[in-house]
Design a binder for this molecule. Structure first.
Ligand SMILES: Nc1ncnc2c1ncn2[C@@H]1O[C@H](COP(=O)(O)OP(=O)(O)OP(=O)(O)O)[C@@H](O)[C@H]1O
Ligand SMILES: [Mg+2]
Length: 292
């Protein structure tokens, strides 16, 4: 895979300037005019019906697990008004443009990250932007960043079905989407709305992840289903997609997230998530071949 985006060698002190022109694709882009992928292999979006279900955490865990397995991984924090990816990885801005696009922030392990958080003074400063600016920012974060060669770019999506996720779906060529649920969301129609929105915009659904549905007691090791038996497998079945992983409520994870060390959370579940995602992509490729 050829990135065509070598890292710049001309230092400059100026932060990111005006938006770079989007790379538009021709054939295959469909009527949505999505941008081209450059040196990025797979673009995977992680979303949910509503906020606070652990989307950013799952996106960061997936990115970390893929990176640990030797893949080159980037994370685009598409939740431009509620960015949290930098905190999870312990990163801070600003970002610079050395002549070949905005250079992403890089974790010690080599994950490349771009977020609107890097453009504000501190964690408490709110990001308040109107629609057109948000659209420009999303476009710039994808097409105007020197991502280099990546096997995976993970998008941490904004929750729900508002204008921002719509913009992301319409501009970024997403290869597949993973939905995160907590078991108590399932009754809400909003979950299905978000999945239907992705489907309507021709974004392939790769699978679902259940987050915080159970707890493994650290003393007696009994598994406690906090909200009763999970209904996530049923939803997955209804949509004809795999249940990629079930992640427990784990205080260790919360502590690592708070400390900016999400990368260090390496468990059988996170490894299984990365493997299941790769498998889901392979089956999605196969079914596309069948259709053709
Ligand atoms: N499996 C888990 N075990 C323990 N804590 C978790 C788990 N998943 C997420 N959390 C914690 O729950 C909180 C919310 O998670 P997160 O920020 O990832 O959710 P989100 O869906 O991205 O929220 P938002 O919609 O605000 O972007 C965080 O404090 C995170 O550390
Ligand atoms: Mg989030």
């Amino acid at each position: 895979m050829d990135g065509g985006h070598d890292h710049g060698t001309h230092p400059t002190s100026s932060p990111p300037g005006g938006p770079a022109p989007p790379r538009r694709t021709g054939p295959g882009a469909g009527p949505l005019q999505r941008m081209g992928k450059g040196g990025i292999g797979r673009v995977i979006a992680v979303g949910s019906g509503k906020g606070g279900v652990g989307k950013s955490t799952v996106a960061a865990l997936l990115a970390s697990a893929l990176a640990r397995s030797g893949r080159r991984v980037g994370v685009l924090d598409a939740d431009v008004t509620g960015p949290s990816v930098p905190k999870l990885f312990g990163l801070s801005g600003p970002l610079y443009d050395r002549g070949e696009g905005i250079e992403p922030a890089t974790t010690p392990e080599g994950l490349r990250v771009v977020s609107s958080q890097f453009m504000v003074e501190d964690e408490q400063t709110p990001v308040i932007w109107r629609g057109p600016l948000v659209t420009r920012l999303i476009t710039q974060f994808f097409g105007g960043v020197n991502w280099g060669s990546l096997d995976y770019l993970i998008l941490d999506m904004p929750p729900g079905t508002s204008d921002v996720p719509l913009t992301v779906f319409q501009t970024i060529p997403i290869d597949g989407m993973v939905f995160v649920f907590t078991p108590q969301d399932l009754a809400a129609l909003i979950v299905k709305k978000a999945m239907n929105m992705a489907r309507d915009l021709h974004v392939p659904l790769l699978g679902v992840v259940e987050n915080m549905g159970f707890l493994d007691c650290p003393h007696c090791h009994e598994r406690i289903e906090l909200f009763g038996p999970s209904r996530v497998p049923k939803i997955a079945e209804e949509y004809g997609v795999p249940l990629l992983a079930r992640l427990p409520v784990d205080p260790t994870l919360a502590v690592k997230c708070d400390a900016g060390r999400v990368y260090d959370y390496d468990t059988p579940e996170t490894r299984a998530l990365a493997t299941a995602l790769a498998d889901a992509l392979t089956s999605a490729d196969r079914s596309q071949l069948t259709v053709l």
